[in-house]
Design a protein around this ligand. Structure first.
Ligand SMILES: [Zn+2]
Length: 259
């Protein structure tokens, strides 16, 4: 079966979004305003399907609103615009905390002594079907105050990554045979960042990206969608890899919107 035929079979169906949801999407997810028409229509269908399929749960007294649901779905579904499955199949529930939450961390040293600490988190992606987010960091994104950072995109990039069953920063693309081993990309990007810092240039990727291949993938995905033109210029190799992964080039959307 050809790719076009399969794409036609798998694309989400149903009508576009209700007017109030469309307005939230436009207001809170700026890329949705500059998408080419076909991608814009597909995003609306994906968001509608996401809202139908996924359960949202507020924690610590937070009441989940329509704005929260549509904003989360809007950013998450940007990652699915060319995805043949059009879903995060393992995901059942999105949990939203009002603000950063404490997560217990267990670690063992080289002689096997286990210590437990507590870490403040803004988000988490569990392979067992849950994404955890915080409303105060989502509000920062909506206000345009988060810079390159987008915890929604970050955690859903981990969901994409986990589809192959192993979270290792080299996501399986259902119909794309091509991806590089992100373990190979990690040291090269570390060297690039160190050189930039030595030359007095600002760090272009958050230091957290260099903790592992899967974090490099998630952090680079944030930049790919949040600062697409700058990212394409500063990291052409990573940009090309992510363009192959997601099948879109957000830098092209931004540049054509500026014309
Ligand atoms: Zn992460």
């Amino acid at each position: 079966m050809g790719l076009t035929r399969l794409w036609g079979l798998l694309k989400p169906g149903g009508p576009g979004l209700a007017t109030h949801r469309r307005q939230i999407l436009r207001d809170n997810v700026p890329l949705s305003r500059i998408l080419p028409q076909a991608e814009g229509e597909r995003l609306e269908r994906l968001v509608g399907d996401f809202l139908d399929r996924k359960h949202f749960e507020g924690c610590h007294g937070l009441k989940v609103t329509e704005e929260m649901r549509v904003t989360v779905a809007g950013y998450a579904c940007l990652l699915l615009l060319r995805d043949p499955v059009g879903d995060f199949p393992q995901l059942g529930t999105v949990v939203v905390y009002p603000e950063s939450f404490a997560a217990p961390i267990r670690s063992a040293n080289h002689v096997g002594i286990v210590t437990e600490t507590v870490e403040e988190r803004l988000g988490e992606s569990w392979r067992e079907g849950t994404v955890v987010l915080t409303w105060d960091s989502i509000r920062e994104i909506i206000a345009g105050m988060s810079g390159d950072c987008n915890v929604i995109i970050h955690e859903f990039a981990h969901q994409i990554d986990a589809r192959r069953g192993l979270t290792d920063g080299a996501p399986l693309l259902a119909l794309r045979g091509r991806y590089r081993d992100w373990d190979d990309l990690l040291p090269a990007e570390q060297r690039r960042q160190r050189t930039a810092l030595r030359r007095g240039r600002p760090a272009s990727l958050d230091a957290y990206a260099f903790t592992s291949a899967e974090e490099l993938f998630a952090v680079a995905t944030e930049c790919f969608y949040m600062r697409p033109v700058r990212f394409r210029n500063s990291h052409p190799e990573l940009h090309a890899e992510l363009q192959a992964v997601y099948g879109v080039d957000p830098a092209a959307w931004v540049l054509s919107a500026e014309c």
